[in-house]
Design a protein around this ligand. Sequence first.
Ligand code: PLP
Length: 452
Amino acid sequence: MLGEMDEILNLTLELIEASQAHEQYRDIECINLIASEGIKSPAVKEMLRLCMDLESRYAEGENDLEGHVKVRYYQGQKYITKIENCAADIIKNLFKCSWTDVRLVSGTHANLATFKGLSLATKNKKMVVTPLSCGAHISHDYAGLAGRVLGLEMIDHAYDVREMTIDTDKSAQIIRAAKPGIITFGGSLFLFPHPVKELRSVADEVGAYIAYDAAHVLGLIAGGAFQDPLREGADFVTASTHKTFPGPQGGVILADAKSSSVEDAIKWVQHAVFPLSTSNTHLARLPALGVAALELKLFGAELAKQTVRNAQVAGQYLYEHGVKVLGEHKGFTMSHQLAVDVREYGGGKKVAQDLEEANIILNRNLLPYDDQNNRENPSGIRIGFQDVTRRGFKEGDIKYLCDLMLKVIKGTRKPQEVKEEVIAFRKQFNKIEYGFNSLEEVVKHLKNIVGK
Ligand SMILES: Cc1ncc(COP(=O)(O)O)c(C=O)c1O
């Protein structure tokens, strides 16, 4: 017993120490360029800290066609219902849509409920998707959620590697031949808009719903800096709330109930949320989700514009210094991400590891011409600029950061030496821009706007 408790004590100490060390390492000493990771303002964090009781609660039930609470099967809900309705209303206001579901605990969960709901609505198990190596998320793929869990049959969009987007004409032919129930757009490697408005009429011809996965670009859409999928004809938008959308980890689905067929599909998607795939919906994130949405309402345009600008400046700078950044003839990117072919420097795995040694954190990534099974050592790296932008990086800072990266990528300096410079540089950015420092500041700011 004593030996066992000794081990438990050691594990507990290790747990606490590793958690403290992680905060210092990733939040203070590293520069984060992982394209899928968002960064929260002090006000959003304060809201999360306020919600420790909510963190223990349940709210199973049904919602209505406005995304509001309709029925709850637990007692003690009077504030929880208000919180969920308020969060839904702020999200609907931000994305100018008539319906949302905020009960999803992640982007994968949003895809699960949407793909399941739409396959039930259409009684059609075929889904047209972007290939994994061309940027789709694993949840869209036959080897992931869509195929292995939901049993959908996947048919690939045609992808234009030079243009780094879906080939509209060829995909139209594929859709007409396959007659899917769902056509998906959006993805994890997502530099340029997908042809939503161009393929809307083809979806109508075959009776398919369009689902657009905005996990990566949700914050850019809110800021008006990327294609607006609902206005271009998507029926459903699924997303994470913690990538370019700088909120707590979670998921969301959006739609405009513009026709009876979308209304019908919303009901199926809600059914797929509850009872099919949730019990606990992780309620404590909802107030923070509302605050993050409000920040984007107020500062999202500026934030999104600077994020894309920073990505483009980095693309140009790295390219001018001999690194193969994809999408050169289109200005490298229209989102927060860059895709870089690093085969001549040892491949994605080596470059990502070397940069990690220098405290620059990003991920290796498949590129469209890679074998999609080679996820261990793909040709590329993906670089995201949403975190550094929110920390206040402007064009000059981005170029300095690129200089640090170039030394490591090209091997002209040892990563360990560059690390010291990275830590010193990172220390210069101690504030979060385009957001609020406290909830008090939020309320003061809003009262000022409305003149109270
Ligand atoms: C396009 C896309 N969809 C869905 C997801 C899954 O999101 P989550 O991690 O919130 O489950 C990701 C994750 O990075 C993604 O890139």
